[in-house]
Ligand binder design. Structure first.
Ligand code: SF4
Length: 314
């Protein structure tokens, strides 16, 4: 009992200290049916009740259309809807983009599937949030995942993810649960008997992140607080003011936020619809407004894998 109390109280304190929520706000909880998002949904609804945060909470799920994986995990989220009394909204790739991940993998194989999935998911979450008219989206991640992502962003030279404003917004929400390491998450979920889904995506293998994970585990064996140190480095990372950062605008095609004429999702979609799925893959292949390749543009997208690959895009 004291473990539950400390776990919940630590999260409550992070919410208070960082003023993460205001009374009356509508908050969507990104719910995949996995352990982290289930713990987040449970703890947040408990704290909201216990401490009268005055929040309107919703569950928001993305259906990528992965047979034998997402269909099963969504059944868990539907049970969570009833268990926690939180209204659930599901947005699907098929409805938003006209393609399921099963269809995409059939066309492109297993090499760049996570790029498509991660880009589409990020936009799907934002669109779901707009449909629910929420003020914020809360996503659940443990400290191990966050440390991996900090390291991966550095290894990829993905400086856009270290834009100070971006990281402040992102980390204030992430730290809510990020202060808890994976073992505490698992222990909490297990002993609370939370209803979650623990199978890996059938299209999963992501070798690059796997190496980062192993590396961090090795570091942790030598220095137990290595994970928290890496997260602290990520928080304190600042880009020189002389570094050129992508300017945020809107996609000419769909109106979604983008630093290019077309957002990454539209570029990828154009490739799929034209039967040229490699069109938007790689760092320097954007599209100009005529839908033609523009190799000069840098169309990279930060942290493009999904939560399932352990990234921060839920
Ligand atoms: Fe999508 Fe993650 Fe599966 Fe890749 S591993 S296809 S990003 S759910």
């Amino acid at each position: 009992e004291c473990f539950y109390a400390v776990f919940e109280e630590e999260i409550h304190q992070v919410i208070l200290e960082n003023q993460l929520f205001k009374p009356g706000e509508r908050i969507a909880i990104g719910a995949s049916g996995g352990k982290d998002s289930t713990v987040l949904a449970y703890v947040l609804s408990e704290l909201n009740r216990r401490h009268n945060y005055g929040l309107d909470l919703f569950l928001l799920s993305v259906d990528e259309g992965i047979t034998g994986y997402r269909d099963d995990s969504l059944e868990t989220v539907k049970r969570n809807e009833l268990q926690y009394g939180l209204p659930l909204k599901i947005v699907s790739y098929k409805d938003l983009y006209g393609w399921t991940m099963d269809e995409i993998v059939k066309m492109i194989g297993l090499k760049n599937n996570c790029t498509f999935c991660g880009v589409f998911r990020r936009q799907a979450l934002d669109r779901g949030a707009a449909l629910l008219k929420v003020d914020k989206v809360a996503t659940g991640h443990n400290a191990d995942d966050i440390a991996e992502t900090v390291l991966l962003n550095i290894l990829r030279g993905d400086i856009a993810s270290f834009n100070s404003e971006f990281i402040n917004i992102r980390f204030s929400l992430l730290l809510m649960l990020g202060c808890q390491n994976l073992n505490k998450f698992s222990t909490y979920a297990y002993f609370k008997k939370l209803d979650y889904f623990s199978t890996e995506c059938i299209y999963s293998p992501n070798a690059y992140r796997g190496f980062a994970r192993e590396f961090i585990k090795d570091l942790e064996r030598i220095r137990p607080r290595a994970i928290l140190d890496i997260i602290k480095s990520g928080e304190d990372f600042r880009i020189s003011t002389t570094t050129k950062m992508p300017e945020q605008g809107t996609c000419e095609r769909c109106g979604y936020i983008s630093s290019q004429k077309w957002c990454k999702a539209c570029v990828l979609l154009e490739g799929l619809n034209r039967g040229l799925p490699k069109l938007g893959i790689g760092r320097n292949q954007g599209l100009n407004s005529d839908g033609k390749k523009d190799r000069k543009r840098d169309s990279r997208t930060p942290s493009i894998e999904s939560k399932q690959c352990g990234s921060l895009e839920f």
